[in-house]
Design a protein around this ligand. Structure first.
Ligand code: ASP
Length: 443
């Protein structure tokens, strides 16, 4: 069994285990299963896995971007990749939310407003939109790296790559070193990925066991519309765009994206999934690192199609319950605001709700209304994150194709880049040991 199959199995088993715990009523506080299995074992395994993925993000993005700048050949191309990917990210997000608002307006008003239990929701502090541009520049590089501020890291890494190019020949050894470190980071990604079958089980069993299933039933209309709009975007809009611009078979794309989607689904974080996305986009889809090293972390930060879809449906749903008519202008504001909000916020779990509260403030909807959908957001977050990362990969492939940076041979090879058990070549181990001995003897 390949890793993908193993992870899919563990995902299925995790969901079943979670449902058993949930339906069996074992998820009550104070019970052994809840405190020691779910809150103990599953929590620790899942958290270690996500933390390990996060550990890779910053160095991986740093090294791959610098080597991407070295590899691009002509710096004008970098500008083109930037503009194209930005435009496509904005386009896909706008279409996503517009379509989701359309579907929601068609479906939701047909259902009478249910009497709902409202969890309290206080609007978290939203980042001021005007600062988004200023904040791309890191005032303090160490802080940018320490806090994992993706746009700032991208900015600094590209600038450093360009500056090294300007230094010229003298920087050659650094270029080689960075290349090797980048390769090593990719190996580290495969090591962490190899632990996924266990981790994904733990993450899903925990998440599903904690779901409020009765709430899910109460919010069935909302959840169904979000899921339908997500599927439509994933299989319709995105695949259409992919086919139109790349002329390639989208089924191969979808098959190769399964790993990335499962990782995004289990972690609910586009950011933590960056290592897996970057690996799959380069090694499995054949996008050159000079494009992917930029488009993937950039997309994880500014592109959130799935999140925009949730916001569109949530706006219509809550407006309906509160009896507010938003009108065409109101919905246009919603589209504009949520696209802008996606630029300024990073892809981490639950950030969609923060963005939603920014949108609500703008269009004058009651922010506490978000409390209505809070209970099911955990599940929807998982689903929409899988759509978010798929969007990142679609745009990466489309941009690479247009820049002639897509290796069609790799794309068509169904086995290319599939993860095998990570191992070290014995001969290499011996070689290394010899080198170390020689150095020691000299000393
Ligand atoms: N969890 C999502 C992501 O990381 C963002 C969100 O919708 O909350 O892409």
């Amino acid at each position: 069994m390949g890793l993908t199959e193993k992870v899919l199995w563990s995902m299925g088993l995790g969901i079943i285990a979670g449902l058993l715990i949930n339906l069996g009523g074992f998820n009550t506080e104070g019970s052994f299963v809840n405190d020691y299995i779910v809150g103990g074992l599953f929590y620790v395994i899942g958290k270690m896995f996500i933390t390990a993925l996060k550990m890779l993000v910053v160095p991986l993005v740093f090294f791959s971007l610098i080597s991407g700048v070295f590899g691009i050949g002509d710096l004008g191309k970098l500008g083109k990749v930037g503009i194209k990917s930005f435009a496509l990210y904005m386009l896909t997000t706008s279409v996503a939310i517009a379509v989701s608002i359309g579907i929601a307006l068609l479906v939701i008003p047909r259902f009478s407003s249910p009497s709902m239990q409202v969890s309290t929701f206080t609007a978290p502090e939203a980042p001021p939109l005007g600062d988004v541009l200023v904040n791309i520049i890191p005032g303090n590089v160490v802080e940018a790296f320490a806090t994992g501020n993706m746009l700032q890291i991208i900015f600094f890494s590209i600038l450093l790559g360009i500056s090294l190019l300007m230094v010229g020949k003298k920087a050659e050894s650094i270029a080689e070193g960075v290349e090797i470190l980048n390769e090593a980071m990719m190996k580290m990604v495969t090591i962490i990925m190899a632990t996924a079958p266990v981790a994904v089980f733990a993450l899903l069993a925990k998440a599903i066991s904690e779901l409020g299933l009765d709430l899910l039933a109460q919010l069935a209309v909302y959840v169904t519309v979000v899921v339908a709009a997500l599927l439509l975007h994933l299989l319709g809009t995105l695949m259409l765009l992919f086919r139109l611009f790349t002329k390639l078979n989208p089924l191969i794309f979808l098959q190769k994206m399964r790993d990335v989607q499962v990782f995004a689904f289990s972690t609910s974080s586009s950011n933590a999934t960056i290592p897996v996305t970057l690996r799959s986009v380069t090694k499995r889809l054949g996008v050159d690192n000079s494009v992917a090293s930029f488009t993937v972390p950039f997309g994880a930060t500014i592109n959130m199609d799935g999140t925009a879809i949730m916001q569109g449906v949530a706006t219509v749903f809550i407006a309906h319950i509160y009896g507010v008519e938003l009108g065409i202008l109101g919905y246009l504001t919603v589209i504009l605001m949520s696209v802008l909000a996606s630029v300024g916020t990073a892809g981490v779990p639950g950030v969609g709700l923060i963005m939603l509260s920014m949108v609500f403030v703008q269009v004058g909807l009651p922010v506490e209304g978000i409390g209505l959908i809070l209970g099911v957001d955990r599940l929807l977050d998982m689903l929409r994150t899988a759509v978010n990362v798929t969007g990142d990969a679609v745009v990466s492939t489309v941009v690479a194709r247009s820049e002639d940076e897509l290796d069609i041979g790799v794309y068509l090879d169904r086995e290319a880049g599939s993860v095998e058990a990570p191992e070290i070549d014995e001969a290499v181990e011996e070689e290394f040991a010899e080198v170390v001995h020689r150095v020691e003897e000299k000393a």
